[in-house]
Design a protein around this ligand. Structure first.
Ligand SMILES: Nc1ncnc2c1ncn2[C@@H]1O[C@H](COP(=O)(O)OP(=O)(O)O)[C@@H](O)[C@H]1O
Ligand SMILES: [Mg+2]
Length: 228
């Protein structure tokens, strides 16, 4: 099976001195779930941003569907990100003045896939129903709990039917129960919507639910475990 995303000998420096990632090789298959662990400052967010085409590597290649991201111009890269990659952040970054439903629809406003232009609204409502938010469609973020806000952010990441979702400490602001239910949700989405998932996390509970765990230390992958 062809890799969905592949990193080949990726290095990342900021300025001249700081070497954040060193010679990273990583292969994400279409149905993979991967947890990235590591101490603060070990380069987890940098790695995620490189996988998602938000940051270019200093050297090495990032391939999406076998094609180097470096072959794309800025516009093509933005279109790829919008269509094929969903992002979830620790702070949900929902727009406070929009309702849950409107927040979910934001990514459909640019570079829509044709079939989605017609169905985005229905799909957004359906997905929000699926995660138990049918009564919250027209609430603003401030009227939702932390866990509900994060579920809206997850659905927003999925609305364009991406092939991979990248999550940066998605349970960072949730308690243990919230972490478990977001873990359930992410696993369900991987199965039902056939989307690959790479999540940075400090939570061993969340990491244990992914098929693979990587640990970053001093810019290298120090440990890679196949979870049960
Ligand atoms: N845009 C940037 N400019 C300069 N240094 C950066 C930048 N982004 C991250 N860094 C540095 O790279 C290192 C790794 O950061 P990061 O990837 O955010 O780590 P983590 O997510 O594991 O906490 C840190 O030392 C951080 O200060
Ligand atoms: Mg980080």
């Amino acid at each position: 099976m062809a890799a969905l995303v592949e990193l080949l000998r990726v290095n990342k420096y900021f300025g001249t001195a700081t070497e954040v990632l060193r010679n990273i090789d990583l292969c994400v298959q279409p149905h993979d779930t991967v947890a990235v662990l590591g101490p603060s400052g070990s380069g987890k967010s940098t790695l995620l941003n490189i996988i998602g085409g938000l940051l270019p590597p200093s050297s090495g290649d990032v391939l999406f569907d076998g094609e180097p991201l470096a072959n794309r111009n800025a516009k093509q890269l933005a279109a790829l990100r919008n269509r094929e990659i969903g992002f979830i952040f620790q702070a949900h970054h929902l727009l406070p003045q929009l309702t849950a439903l409107e927040n979910v629809l934001v990514p459909t406003l640019v570079h829509p896939k044709d079939e989605q232009r017609r169905t985005a609204y229905d799909r957004a409502s359906e997905l929000l129903n699926e995660v138990g938010l049918s009564e919250r469609l027209h609430h603003r973020p401030a009227q939702l709990s932390g866990g509900e806000q994060q579920r809206v952010a997850v659905i927003r990441a999925l609305i364009n039917q991406p092939r991979i979702v990248l999550a940066d400490e998605p349970t960072g602001s949730l308690d243990e129960r919230g972490t478990d239910s977001l873990g359930d949700l992410l696993c369900q989405l991987n199965e039902r919507h056939s989307v690959a998932l790479v999540t940075v996390t400090h939570s061993r509970r969340l990491a244990a639910r992914m098929q693979r765990t990587l640990e970053l230390r001093e810019g290298s992958i120090a440990m890679a475990d196949q979870n049960a």
